[in-house]
Design a protein around this ligand. Structure first.
Ligand code: AMP
Length: 302
């Protein structure tokens, strides 16, 4: 079952206490697509400039990622630069240059329009909605991400998009900002009134929490001795989560719980090295081995 993603494909400049990379291929849709492609074929919708070379596109090659929907235009690719603090928990955005992204009007190739699983990565909410409208039938699962920029500047458009999705996957700060509630459970109640029936709160090194009508399910983040670069961890989490659900074709409680674990597994691999480096070397057997490790990590008897 293929999975549609729309979002950024970018050049990132990344700086952490472990080093610096000047021009890494990144972007939310890129991390999502690479992570999800371990489980299901991915249809990618994004835009790049003419500085995005064949070698740059190699990150998608040899994987079930269809890039017919990756539009190429003249000018520069979206550029983002960030620096992490000593403990990697805080990040300063040093630059966001929209470049060709500023004029992006997502167009879905015909074969993408039957998608049953859709992920709207972090882009302008009206573009997210536009993509959803181009999908012919109501998807089995439509999920989305967003960020403080859209919550603050395009709140009405964001509210309108939220009415059409099943799952909202955002971090704890964004959850609090969107709902104006500090407590995450009260925040979830508030967000359910906006449209989504499931909220997944990504909490960095503290793991992730899913809240829906069945209650709450929490997964830890995989404890790592030397995480190097948290960029894209949230998008890789979303890729593991949605990719797994698309592969099993179900959103029952047991599968949602496993999806949370696969999300956390992919997020944990993403942070081990800079940019996409670790995900590009990852083997499926390593994903399953780490998922088994998760089971051990959280198992106990009463
Ligand atoms: P995350 O670490 O999950 O926040 O995702 C980082 C990725 O998101 C980087 O690869 C950036 O290129 C991309 N990114 C950062 N800011 C934006 C933005 N405003 N819109 C779209 N993508 C962005």
């Amino acid at each position: 079952m293929s999975l549609l993603v729309v979002g950024s494909v970018a050049f990132d400049c990344l700086e952490s206490p472990y080093g610096k990379v000047e021009r890494a291929v990144g972007g939310a849709a890129t991390y999502f697509a690479v992570a999800a492609s371990f489980f299901a074929p991915v249809h990618l919708v994004a835009i790049v400039g003419d500085d995005f070379s064949k070698e740059d596109a190699a990150v998608f090659r040899g994987r079930p990622i269809d890039i017919e929907g990756l539009e190429r235009t003249t000018g520069k690719t979206f550029f983002w630069s960030g620096r992490y603090s000593q403990n990697l928990n805080e990040r300063v955005t040093l630059a966001t240059e929209l470049n060709c992204f500023a004029e992006f009007k997502p167009r879905l190739p015909e074969k993408y329009r039957n998608s049953k699983y859709v992920f709207l990565a972090n882009i302008a909410p009206d573009l997210q909605r536009d993509v959803l409208h181009q999908v012919k039938h109501k998807p089995k699962i439509a999920a989305m991400d967003t960020m403080n920029y859209w919550i603050e500047r395009t709140n009405a458009e964001l509210r309108e998009t939220l009415r059409h999705v099943d799952i909202l996957m955002i971090n704890d700060t964004e959850t609090r900002e969107l709902s104006s509630e500090h407590n995450l459970l009260l925040a979830a109640k508030h967000i359910f009134k906006m449209g989504p029936s499931t909220l997944v709160v990504k909490r960095g090194e503290y793991g992730a929490m899913l809240v829906d009508k069945n209650g709450i399910f929490c997964v830890p983040a995989f404890p790592l001795e030397e995480p190097h670069d948290p960029t894209g961890a949230g998008d890789s989490f979303a890729g593991g989560f949605m990719g797994y659900l698309a592969s099993v074709g179900s959103k029952s409680e047991a599968f949602l719980r496993r999806a949370m674990v696969y999300g956390s597994v992919l997020g944990s691999f993403a942070v081990e090295q800079f940019g996409l480096d670790r995900l590009l070397k990852l083997k499926k057997a390593e994903i399953y081995a780490r998922a088994r490790h998760f089971a051990k990590l959280t198992q106990f008897k009463l």
